[in-house]
Ligand binder design. Structure first.
Ligand SMILES: Nc1nc2c(c(=O)[nH]1)N[C@H]1C(S)=C(S)[C@@H](COP(=O)(O)O)O[C@H]1N2
Ligand SMILES: [Mo]
Length: 418
């Protein structure tokens, strides 16, 4: 049970009187046998929260997503719900640092390009963006830098993502490089930084929520999009409507939602969550539990090679003598995935899976493997991807880091042959 819901219980693990009122209000009806709820038991309706209003992202999500936090909304997708080649909106994880904008003035939405390294600032309306530049569509992997955090020991603070802080949707928009060519940038440009319209949790409009970016070289890649559509439709509000910066392969925190401004900086961008330890890892490996000074940290750039098993769901019971086709996705930040292997004997032996090419650069790749499980009993299926530089996923926890980022350990599922 997550921290957020544990506050509903008293020290002995029984629902607090006030909590029962809250739960009843959210449900819209009473819990008949509330007095018989076991200790620490949160009714399933809340574990798989159904949503309660127009600005509540869960009203647009399928049941089965897991709420890690609702202030701000952080919702993860269990691995088996990531089975689609292109992640649909209702199965896309949510990571917010502040409040979802309460109102979007779509008629007056503008994108401004400014900063030290533009010849002159320039502003575009949405319709100018859509008509002035050629649109492109790419499938792009968007993975939270904290995906996998739950696998670190000792535990690190933050949302305890397991495998599901990742998506690969089809984004449509214009290339940032085309916009910047139109604006005109100078050769002092080093970095970009985005600004979005979300509000700080405190409600203070002067407090920035998050403003991150990438080096100018990454910003000028073909696949770096200023997008207005996801999977052929308007971007859902919770994922950044009406405009979003989408940069595949790097921590998803660089893909700014509710985008209204991009600054072209003559130095490494210093917006909210660019500095200190945010989205940074120690320069040198550290002993687990040791937190070095900020100056010993570097910004996370390309995400490491990783894969997920999306079928079957962990816990499958398989009749004896039935073969099983296991499948999933693999991705490797700016790199290509070159091979995917599976093991059913805890990593003693590995067999190659069939691996597809990505739809485009920075998209994830589908894989399948036919496995045979010879005897009755408990098995685990492990999947391990290798990138085109020969780097493979670690089977166990990779280098621990104080903020719990970039855990790319192999995904495993349990299968029982009965
Ligand atoms: N404006 C804005 N953009 C943002 C964020 C945010 O809080 N505000 N969160 C970032 C982080 S940390 C992640 S992981 C992704 C999550 O994108 P999603 O909610 O569409 O899956 O959005 C990024 N872009
Ligand atoms: Mo994130």
């Amino acid at each position: 049970m997550n921290n957020d819901t544990s506050s509903l219980f008293d020290r002995r693990g029984f629902l607090k009187a006030g909590s029962l009122t809250t739960l009843t209000a959210l449900l819209g009806t009473n819990i008949v046998f509330a007095d018989r709820l076991p200790k620490h038991y949160l009714p399933l309706a809340f574990d798989r929260y159904a949503g309660d209003g127009p600005n509540d992202p869960m009203t647009t999500k399928n049941k089965g997503l897991v709420i890690l936090n609702d202030k701000p909304w952080n919702v993860e997708t269990p691995a088996y719900l990531l089975d689609d080649a292109v992640t649909p909106a209702d199965k896309m994880f949510i990571r917010n640092n502040g409040q979802i904008p309460a109102t979007i003035d779509i008629a007056n939405w503008k994108l401004t390009i400014n900063g030290e390294s533009v010849k002159a600032p320039k502003t575009y309306s949405l319709s100018e963006l859509k008509t002035k530049f050629k649109p492109y569509t790419y499938q792009l992997v968007v993975e939270c830098g904290g995906n996998g955090r739950a696998g670190y020991f000792p535990k690190t603070a933050g949302n305890q993502w397991t495998e599901g802080g990742v998506s690969c949707a089809e984004w449509t928009g214009v290339r940032l490089k085309d916009i910047l060519a139109d604006v005109g940038i100078t050769d002092t440009a080093v970095y970009i930084g985005y600004y979005g319209q979300d509000l700080h949790l405190s409600g203070d409009p002067n407090q920035p929520v998050i403003s991150r970016g990438v080096p100018i070289k990454k910003a000028l890649e073909d696949e770096t999009l200023v997008a207005w559509a996801m999977n052929g439709k308007d971007i859902p509000l919770v994922h950044g409507y009406p405009l979003r910066l989408v940069i595949g392969g790097w921590p998803a925190s660089v893909s700014g939602k509710w985008l209204h401004t991009i600054a072209i900086r003559n130095k490494v961008h210093d917006g909210a969550k660019m500095t200190g330890k945010s989205y940074r890892v120690p320069i040198h490996p550290v002993v687990p539990g040791v937190d070095p000074p900020d100056s010993d940290f570097k910004i996370i750039e390309s995400m490491p090679v990783k894969s997920v098993i999306t079928f079957p769901k962990t816990g499958l019971e398989l009749p004896m003598d039935k073969s099983l086709t296991v499948r999933g996705h693999a991705w490797a930040g700016d790199r290509l995935v070159k091979a995917l292997h599976v093991s059913t004997d805890f990593g003693s032996t590995w067999q190659p899976a069939t691996l597809q090419a990505p739809k485009n650069r920075l998209a994830w790749q589908q894989w399948t493997a036919e496995i045979k499980l010879p005897l009755q009993g408990y098995y685990e299926v492990w999947a391990r991807a290798t990138d085109d530089a020969g780097v493979a996923q670690p089977m166990v926890m990779p280098q621990w880091n104080p903020e719990g980022y970039i855990n790319n350990a192999c995904h495993r599922i349990a299968v029982k042959v009965v």
